[in-house]
Design a binder for this molecule. Structure first.
Ligand SMILES: [Zn+2]
Ligand SMILES: [Zn+2]
Length: 239
């Protein structure tokens, strides 16, 4: 079965500009996923079962709160908390045998509470939804790069990538491209990353200069938003 490609959102993310088109993709998926979670779907049993089980990471809980659907969020969180209470009650009952303390033996958790909590604290319903589609977006980038000169041009003309997504594209390239196309991709990717990192570094330098009274009357050039753009490059944050 041919897996689905997402040529429209991938092209849109490159057309949007900014410091990292892959961050644009995540941003779009994130907005849709938050809207879905807080839309009518939270009343559906299968969705509620998933949100109750996974919960949310810190970032996405904050975005859900900003969505302003206070009743919806309260219902979602209450179901989640009640499931966790129930699970922990069951697990903690398993821990009736008290291990003898020993200098040589490490204390082991037999109940599974530690594993359960580690799973819980690293799971997020919104992240899961995003990641499922995001993998296909990445596959689509390489598909388009392989197939379409128009997309390769768009790729060459973008403003580079953030650290995380430069690393990701570098790592994934050999899965999708071979021989000359792969070498060409690495060359373009490195060029794009380094040239644009240097551009942002120069913008930051000018931004810093502007705090010096000797530069007070000089124009801002491209540096007025240098700080948020550099945060996109280093930490994938879109302001
Ligand atoms: Zn990025
Ligand atoms: Zn998350």
């Amino acid at each position: 079965m041919r897996e689905q490609l997402h040529t429209i959102p991938v092209n849109d993310a490159f057309d949007l500009g900014g410091e990292c088109p892959v961050c644009n993709m995540i941003n779009e998926l994130e907005t849709k996923s938050i809207d879905f979670t807080m839309g009518p779907s939270y009343m559906e049993d299968d969705v509620r079962a998933e949100t109750s089980k996974s919960g949310f990471c810190q970032k996405h809980m904050e975005l859900l709160y900003e969505n302003q659907n206070r009743l919806g969020l309260a219902l979602i969180i209450k179901s989640h908390i009640d499931k966790v209470i129930n699970d922990v009650e069951k697990l903690s009952k398993n821990n009736t045998r008290i291990p003898t303390p020993s200098l040589f033996k490490k204390q082991v958790d037999n109940s599974g509470v530690v594993a359960y909590m580690e799973d819980l604290n690293s799971s997020c319903y919104v992240c899961d939804r995003i990641n499922g589609t995001f993998d296909r977006y990445i596959a689509t980038i390489f598909y388009l790069y392989r197939q379409e000169e128009e997309f390769r041009k768009k790729f060459r003309e973008c403003q580079g990538f953030c650290n995380q997504h430069y690393g990701l594209l570098y790592k994934q390239a050999s899965r999708y491209l071979k021989a000359d196309k792969l070498q060409d991709f690495y060359k373009q990717l490195n060029l794009l990353y380094l040239d644009n990192m240097k551009r942002v570094s120069d913008d930051l330098e000018w931004f810093i200069n502007k705090f010096d009274y000797r530069y007070a009357d000089e124009p801002w050039k491209n540096s007025k938003d240098a700080l948020p753009r550099s945060m996109n490059k280093t930490n994938s944050i879109i302001k």
